[in-house]
Design a protein around this ligand. Structure first.
Ligand SMILES: *Cc1c(COP(=O)(O)O)cnc(C)c1O
Length: 457
């Protein structure tokens, strides 16, 4: 342990099952409601969009769900991922803390997202799906799914938010390299897209519009088509737990158990994937002192400043209603350079753990986040995705606290992706062109005034 930098598992150690936290939660997750009837959705409501295996995972109470062998075979291309001890960062901070990070940037798409993309493509293949549609903003989800669909021989159509399509040509090219059909959204290919283009041919697009297009395409296309989502839903969080299950074994190799776990939250999937297996220990009373911190941008502070209410998952009010901490489905985030963290809501299980005081949440500003990302790159070498840098910021703050208190704690965070496609953001940071955003309360109030009316369930 004393001088080891990487804690590696062999392919034999790759987990055989995902961990389902719903088996251990001391409370039930609130039901997902139909956007029309406001009654709990049934599997049949969801069947046009998702294969039944995924719908079943959404509500399963089984503690462990087997990872199908074809999925494990593909995981082996980059998994198990390394757990690092951040010795050079510790030295730079002069901290007695031991800092660890699990690195998901070694996947072909450069983030944790292929963990669920591969699983979703597999279950779709099994169900006879020939074609999948999805939306993407900055392109992290679209590129992960493009790779996964290619591996299972499924066609993929990606509705990419128009501004990102124009401003992020390399992620678009990455998706196209894996064979996906990528169109800027709003597109002329759907009713939703045509209606918007008729009013404004230069509309910049939004995730909400792209979701509407992808969903409309999935339910109307004559080829058997389904829709796929890269975060927020229970089955997505489930697939990501392969991260934390590996990490637990790696901490055994390191001979320590973490005191503080940290992850950045957009929709909650990389955070959940990394921390839920440990939170399972805590829920069983085996890790009473473990602290778990979810980190969000101050520009999109759903846990720290949102309200707990039923809301739509998207701007176009097409999706089912989810009970969550939300900033309102019409919330328009400031243009911060962490595209993956600008979502208005949050995964239900993450919200419930926060509401019950089992996890903590913290919001951090953009400049402090990039400062942490640059320090990490200059000490550990890896240039983190701006999303991941949110977790690094809080890991550094916790390590500084250890120094001030003269206490050595084991601090670990999930390095959910590398920043190689985000260099334009780093360039602007280094040129002094980025700024902090303090979200005015009036903006939150305005978006919250438009929450759907739901009889209190
Ligand atoms: C998509 C993405 C996120 C945000 O999504 P979560 O579901 O909260 O993980 C964070 N980091 C990276 C690198 C991403 O690609």
């Amino acid at each position: 342990m004393s001088d080891q930098t990487k804690f590696l598992l062999s392919e034999h150690d790759l987990p055989k099952a995902w961990y389902n936290i719903q088996a251990d939660l001391p409370f039930a997750l609130p039901p997902v409601l139909h956007p029309g009837t406001k009654q709990p959705v049934t599997p049949d409501d969801l069947a046009p969009l998702f294969p039944m295996a995924l719908i079943e995972q959404e509500v399963s109470k089984e503690r462990y769900i087997e990872i199908p062998e074809p999925v494990r075979e593909i995981y082996k291309l980059w998994r198990p991922t390394p757990l690092y001890r951040a010795r050079r960062l510790e030295q730079a901070l002069q901290t007695p803390a031991k800092i660890f990070y699990k690195y998901e940037g070694v996947s072909p798409a450069g983030s944790h997202k292929p963990n669920t993309a591969v699983a979703q493509a597999f279950y779709n293949k099994e169900a006879g799906t020939k074609r999948i549609t999805t939306e993407t903003g900055a392109g992290q989800w679209g590129s992960a799914l493009a790779m996964a669909c290619r591996m299972f021989g499924i066609e993929l159509k990606v509705y990419m938010v128009r501004v990102s399509y124009d401003q992020k040509p390399y992620r678009r090219a990455l998706m196209q390299t894996w064979g996906a059909h990528v169109v800027p959204s709003p597109s002329p290919d759907t009713n939703a897209g045509r209606a918007i283009l008729a009013r404004d041919p230069n509309h910049p697009g939004s995730l909400g519009i792209a979701i509407s297009e992808a969903v409309e395409d999935a339910v109307t296309n004559p080829i058997p088509t389904k829709y796929a989502l890269g975060s927020v839903l229970n089955h997505v969080l489930l697939h990501q737990t392969v991260i934390g299950l590996e990490a637990k074994r790696q901490f055994e190799l390191a001979g320590v158990y973490p005191d503080v776990l940290i992850g950045a939250i957009g929709g909650g999937s990389n955070f959940a994937g990394f921390t839920f297996p440990f939170i399972g220990d805590k829920l069983k009373g085996n890790a009473p002192n473990l602290r778990v911190i979810a980190v969000e941008p101050a520009a999109a502070p759903s846990l720290t400043r949102g309200v707990y209410a039923y809301d739509y998952g998207d701007t176009s009010m097409m999706t089912p209603l989810l009970k969550m901490y939300t900033l309102g489905h019409n919330f328009v985030p400031a243009p911060i350079h962490a595209g993956g963290l600008r979502y208005h809501g949050m995964a239900s299980s993450v919200c419930e753990l926060y509401r019950h005081g089992i996890i903590e949440a913290r919001a951090v500003q953009q400049l402090a986040t990039f400062e942490a990302g640059v320090l990490f790159a200059r000490t550990e070498g890896i240039v983190p995705a701006p999303e991941a840098a949110h977790a690094i910021r809080v890991a550094i703050d916790e390590a500084i606290r250890c120094r001030e208190e003269g206490i050595s704690r084991v601090i670990a965070f999930n390095l959910c992706g590398h920043g190689h496609f985000d260099m334009a953001a780093y360039e602007r940071y280094l040129a002094g062109e980025l700024q902090d955003y303090e979200l005015p309360q009036a903006e939150i109030d305005r978006a919250l005034a438009e929450l759907p009316q739901v009889e209190s369930a």
